[in-house]
Design a protein around this ligand. Sequence first.
Ligand code: ZN
Ligand code: ZN
Length: 312
Amino acid sequence: MPITCRKCRSANAEVYIPYARLSLCPKCFLDFYVRRVKRTIEDFSMFTEDLTVGVAISGGKDSAALLHALHHAYPNLRLVALHVNLGIPKYSAHCQGKVEELAKMLDVELHVFNLYKELKIRIGDFEKTIFKKKICSACGTIKRHIFEELARKTKVDVLATGHNLDDVAGIMFNNFLYGHWDQLIRLKPVLPPLMEGFAVKVKPLIRISENENLLYCLYADVSFREIGCPYSKGTSAKKRTKDFNNLSKNNPYFRHQVLNRFLELIPMLENIHPKTVLVKCQVCGFPSSGSICAFCKRVLLVKNTIDNDLVV
Ligand SMILES: [Zn+2]
Ligand SMILES: [Zn+2]
């Protein structure tokens, strides 16, 4: 016999939320999800409705669900969708297509930064550099910087990203294992602006699992990318996720527990861990821990490699 939805008590339940012990029908699941996102935003004072919120969207399910849910949770909020086209053959055009489709469906303003058009580099160019085996890490640095830049250009106050519970708890745990304390601190749900004129960064999906994002997209008819990034296959990040998943197998609360304990720990870590003094990057003027920021270093490295190739 089908189980009845615990909320409306009329439709058949299709989703079971283990940590809340709730069986829900698709409609009540969508309500549950949007309420949970709203609650997270309020609990961590992420933003108020008079501000402009930029959403970093990749074409993947997490950021797509985030943009869609914010649009429905706050109909009067000014939302701007931000996207980076990384110049990865087939993959990037596919992702941008999904992003354009979603922005059009929600009637949200979209700004795209095309890495090749703007900087004459593509993510694949890192294959010719010392980042050959760490393309995801180089790509992460590039994306973070460009999203900050897009946020500044489009004058958004708050930059929201689709980091989900699985991502955040997994990375927290890993940073803990390796003692990467400053990176652990960076996983806070709300990060103050790097410098004046920069956006506040928030993670409204920090309490929502990857699977819930997937279900949200399916039930809300949000289309997202169907192909994986060719560079993320078999990376150490994926392997670490597998180890972490093994730990959480028999405990539906595991990820929430990891998240909550680290959120308690971060203020203590901030007190004992000296803050990095930031200066302005000599090339781009962004806040940086050294005279040239990590983004500019990587872009220069790739450009030099490409130029040398041309000479040969
Ligand atoms: Zn229901
Ligand atoms: Zn720079």
